[in-house]
Design a protein around this ligand. Structure first.
Ligand SMILES: Cc1cc2nc3c(=O)[nH]c(=O)nc-3n(C[C@H](O)[C@H](O)[C@H](O)COP(=O)(O)O)c2cc1C
Length: 211
């Protein structure tokens, strides 16, 4: 605790990491996807609720199901990416709280009776977990292309509606549509050379205040 990681790692994670839209043919293995989740799962969420759900689309069949929901500018980069992950959130995340947050037995009921709190918690924390996924991917040597240019209602209907196969769930099929999409992220090994130079970022005094 308390000491900085080395400069090369900081470059990899932040200063030199770019958003990619062209991909090498090198595949992303199942083991790498597991390594990715095994890292990102440790980063914090409120009440340890971990509401994000990740659907990793790798087969062409799965990508074709996604295609009609994509904004035109996102089609080619997504269809050619080795993997596209749908970062979703489970509106029934509170069902897992007795296991994930056992020191607070009343918390499941608190969420169950407050749909607005559920929605805000699920969106905030699944966005955080999506960001953790990006940073974990970079730490593992992968490149990312996050995207919000898609129709979430179409994605939810195609992948998360009642009766659809419930990958990663205990049930075989979704009993009801309680998983919603937040954003998409292409994953792979980026083709060197990004299409445009690094864009500026707000300087400290425009984005921060110290009170
Ligand atoms: C949540 C999110 C949504 C984004 N949506 C899109 C998108 O739909 N299409 C796209 O081409 N880029 C998208 N981007 C990429 C951003 O434009 C890009 O990350 C930003 O300009 C910084 O580029 P850099 O990482 O190369 O510095 C998105 C990024 C994030 C984090």
């Amino acid at each position: 605790m308390g000491h900085r990681i080395d400069e090369t790692s900081l470059d990899r994670l932040f200063r030199e990491a770019r958003t990619y839209s062209k991909w090498q043919s090198r595949p992303v293995t199942d083991d790498t996807l597991r390594d990715l989740y095994e890292l990102l799962k440790w980063a914090p969420t409120s009440a340890n609720a971990a509401p994000a759900r990740f659907a990793f689309l790798r087969s062409m069949a799965a990508k074709k199901r996604l295609r009609p929901a994509l904004a035109p500018l996102n089609i080619e980069k997504t269809m050619t990416a080795p993997v596209t992950v749908i970062v979703g959130y489970d509106l029934k995340f509170y069902d897992h709280l007795p296991k994930l947050f056992p020191q607070s037995p009343g918390i499941k009921q608190l969420f169950e009776s407050n749909p607005e709190l559920v929605e805000a918690t699920a969106k905030r924390n699944s966005s955080l977990q999506g960001a953790y996924l990006i940073m974990a991917a970079r730490a593992l040597g992968l490149d990312c292309g996050p995207m919000s240019g898609f129709d979430p209602a179409k994605v939810d209907e195609e992948f998360f509606a009642a009766g659809k196969p419930c990958f990663g769930c205990e049930q075989e099929f979704f009993p009801e549509g309680h998983v919603k999409s937040n954003f998409l992220c292409n994953l792979g090994y980026g083709e060197p050379g990004t299409p445009y130079p690094r864009l500026p970022r707000l300087p400290f005094n425009e984005a921060c205040s110290v009170l």
